[in-house]
Design a binder for this molecule. Sequence first.
Ligand code: ADP
Length: 444
Amino acid sequence: IRSTTVPNVDGSNNTEEDDEDDVVDLAANSLLNKLIRQSLVESSHRVEVLQKDPSSPLYSVKTFEELRLKEELLKGIYAMGFNRPSKIQEMALPMMLAHPPQNLIAQSQSGTGKTAAFVLAMLSRVNTLELFPQCLCLAPTYELALQTGRVVERMGKFCVDVQVMYAIRGNHIPRGTDVTKQIIIGTPGTVLDWCFKRKLIDLTKIRVFVLDEADVMIDTQGFSDQSIRIQRALPSECQMLLFSATFEDSVWQFAERIIPDPNVIKLRKEELTLNNIRQYYVLCENRKDKYQALCNIYGGITIGQAIIFCQTRRNAKWLTVEMMQDGHQVSLLSGELTVDQRASIIQRFRDGKEKVLITTNVCARGIDVKQVTIVVNFDLPVNQAEEPDYETYLHRIGRTGRFGKKGLAFNMIEVDKLPLLMKIQDHFNSSIKQLDPEDMDEIE
Ligand code: ADP
C-alpha cells in the first residue's frame, strides 16, 4: 500500500500560562490513548448484539480464516501480530463483511479493536482495478486521521494496489487533479470541501462510509452537521459504519440519525471498583504540610511507582519542583504539553525511568498505568460547585475488579476539606482510614 504526502503535524502547543484546571480535550485524549496503547483492552462482559433483523442468523468468528479474506489481507493481519479476532471483532467482522453489506453502530472502549475492524472492512471492499475513492472514513482531527491511515498502511502492506489519501487541512491538491486513491480518510470540514466545492470525490461511488470516534466528533462544533451532509449524498447501497468509545444519549441520537437500519454492537466497559484499594487520609494544615506528609509516606514505605494528582497546574508545578529539589526522580504530565510529549512521558514512566508521575486532573484521565501501586490525591478532586467529584476520584484510584491489582491510595486533606472526604466515603460506601504520617506501621 502506498500513501500520498502527508503535511507536517504541528503539535498544538498550548503555551498560555494558566493556573486553571486543564480542559478536557476528547480528541487529544483519544490520540494519546492510541499512542500509548500496547495491546488489546480486555473486558469480562459479553458483547451485546442488536440485529436489525432479529430473525437472521447471527454469525461470529473465532479465526480470521473463517472470514475468507483476500490472501494479501490475511497476510497483513498476521504481520501485525494478530492471531485471532478480538471480542468485538468476533461479532462485528461477519456483519461488516456480509453480502449484502450491513450497517453497523458499534460501541466499546478504546483499545478493543474497532479501528482494526473497520480498516479490515475497507480494505476488503476496495476494488483495486478502479481508481477512484471507494471508502471514506471521517475522523475528528487531523492527527487521528493519520493514526487510522497508519493502520490502513500496515494492514494493507501486501495489498500493493490499494492507496490511501488524507483529506485534512493543509493537504493541498492542485486544481484539476484526479483523485485516484481508493481510501480517503479525513476530517468532516475538508471532506465536505473536497466533495462539494472542489468535486474531488464523487460520493455516489462510495461503498463504505465510516464515522469514527463519534463521541469526539459530536463534541466538535459543526462536525455532526457536516457529517450528516456528507452521509446524505451517499448512495443507498453504501455500507455505513459508526464507532464510538462511549455511548451517552447524544451519541446515540446522532448515530441513529446518520446510520440507517443498523445492527448494534456494544461491549460494556469493565467497571472500576474501590474494593481492592486500601484508602487513607492524612490531615494537614497547608500545602507545605501536605508535602511533608507525602515525604513521610514516601520515606516510610517501599513504593513501587506512584501517581500524584493535583487540582491545578500551578500546584502540580510547585510540587514537581519541591520533589526534584529533594532529589526525587519525578516527571510532570501537564496539559500544556503536546500529545506527543505526553505520550513520551507516560512511556518513560511505564518503563520505570521515573518512579513518580505528577499530574493534574484531566490530563491522566483514562490512562492506565498498570504497575502503579500508589495513588496520591495531593488535592481532592472537586467540581465547580466545590462538591466532591466522585467520578474523578474513582477514575484516579479505582481498578478494574477482574484485571486490576491491589492498590494503596492516600488523600492529603486540609482540615476544612474533611467534610468532602466524608462525603466521598459515604458515596462509595468504603472506608478511608486516617493515618498518622509519623507512624507508617499502620500500613504495612
Ligand atoms: P480501538 O479502535 O477500539 O481503540 P484498535 O483497533 O486501535 O482499537 O486496537 C487496539 C490495539 O489492539 C491496537 O494496538 C491494535 O493493533 C491491537 N489489535 C486490534 N485487533 C487485534 C487483534 N485481533 N489481535 C491482537 N491485537 C489487536
